[in-house]
Design a protein around this ligand. Structure first.
Ligand code: ADP
Ligand code: MG
Length: 330
């Protein structure tokens, strides 16, 4: 159905259905000039926003509208998770070119609301405009965290372990696979899933924040995020190539893609895992109190300010500053 048939207000009416996942914090959602919600007394409020542009961040030939909605929210929830916080509310603004159908927008919101329900996040507002250009999506996530658990990038200390949740490189390998071979191969499915429908590490972030000194989510590749933490904290890092958590699917796919798996893990990006630094005793305590957490120690924090090194088979090289950067060439 053409968007012109139902118009802006018909569309907003549909978007507003089943938008509330956590009624306890809701006072006013979609439908008034601003949303009103209840903040938990004593908690810090977190706000984060991310914009996705067709042709830059996603290709509609590779991602389904449900997955796009899921991912647009997931990348924002990941930022809240990386502060140690719990996401609560979301606002979603869209610029829609005329070729986008009502069914597309509904599928997009179904994907987004599905993930929102999973994490108890309310869709409380947004904006809808028409454009002659690319499809654009901007999501803002609001969350909260106990002040003592707020986990910044800047707290890394020399001697800390560097650790990460989950596996690295799957998402980038999934994208490379989709571009080269399409989405039909069953064994590449987990990689493609990691790319198209990442799951934000919300519970993990909250558990890690109780113990860690610094944390960041891996959106632009391990090498870049390690550098961000090192620069913000005025420390260095040494990572160990053999310690990086690589999935079996990544190693198999990398062979068929003629690229080393490490390339995806270090520079690929969009993993949405959590990278953190933590005192060694604290790491033991974290593993004891949260045995279900899948984390891997991949290196240690050094005193060499801003320097991120990679050790592989006894040789140490400085990691190049590569990873996604909008205003620089790859
Ligand atoms: P206003 O003119 O006051 O900005 P709008 O007509 O733009 O209000 O929006 C009406 C209501 O619908 C508001 O609550 C707004 O937050 C919500 N809304 C508009 N577009 C979207 C969207 N794309 N996703 C979610 N909520 C939306
Ligand atoms: Mg408006």
């Amino acid at each position: 159905m053409d968007l012109r048939e139902i118009g802006e207000f018909g569309l907003i009416d549909r978007i507003g259905r089943e938008a509330v996942a956590c009624p306890e914090t809701m006072v006013l959602g979609i439908g008034d000039d601003a949303a009103a919600y209840v903040a938990t007394p004593g908690r810090l409020q977190l706000a984060s926003t991310d914009m996705l542009v067709e042709g830059v961040h996603f290709d509609l030939a590779l991602i389904a509208p449900e997955q796009l909605g899921h991912k647009a929210l997931a990348v924002n929830l990941s930022d809240i998770a990386a502060m140690g916080g719990a996401p609560r509310q979301a606002l979603v603004s869209v610029a829609l070119p005329p070729r986008i159908s009502v069914e597309f927008v509904e599928a997009f919101y179904n994907g987004l609301k599905g993930l929102a329900r999973r994490f108890g996040v309310n869709l409380v507002g947004g904006d809808t405009v028409a454009t002659d250009g690319a499809l654009m999506i901007s999501v803002t996530a609001l969350g909260e965290v106990a002040p003592e658990l707020l986990c910044r990038r800047s707290g890394a200390q020399a001697g800390d372990f560097v650790a990460v949740t989950g596996a690295l490189g799957d998402s980038a390998a999934g994208l490379a696979w989709l571009r080269r071979f399409g989405g039909a191969d069953a064994f590449a499915r987990p990689l493609i899933e990691a790319h198209l429908a990442p799951l934000p590490r919300v519970a993990e972030g909250a558990a890690i924040a109780r113990r860690a000194h610094s944390m960041d989510d891996v959106s632009d590749g391990l090498a870049r995020e390690a550098r961000e933490i090192a620069a913000a904290s005025g420390v260095g890092m040494r990572l160990h190539a053999n310690a990086l958590p690589l999935s079996g699917a990544l190693c198999d796919a990398a062979r068929l893609l003629d690229a080393p798996p490490l390339e995806f893990a270090l520079f690929g990006g969009e993993d949405y895992e959590l990278l953190f630094t933590i005192g060694r005793r604290q790491y033991e305590a974290l593993c004891a109190e949260a045995p279900q957490l899948r984390t891997t120690v991949i290196g240690e924090v050094t005193g060499q300010s801003g320097v991120v090194e990679l050790e592989a088979d006894g040789k140490v090289v400085e990691l190049p500053d590569r990873g996604y950067n909008h205003f620089r060439k790859a």
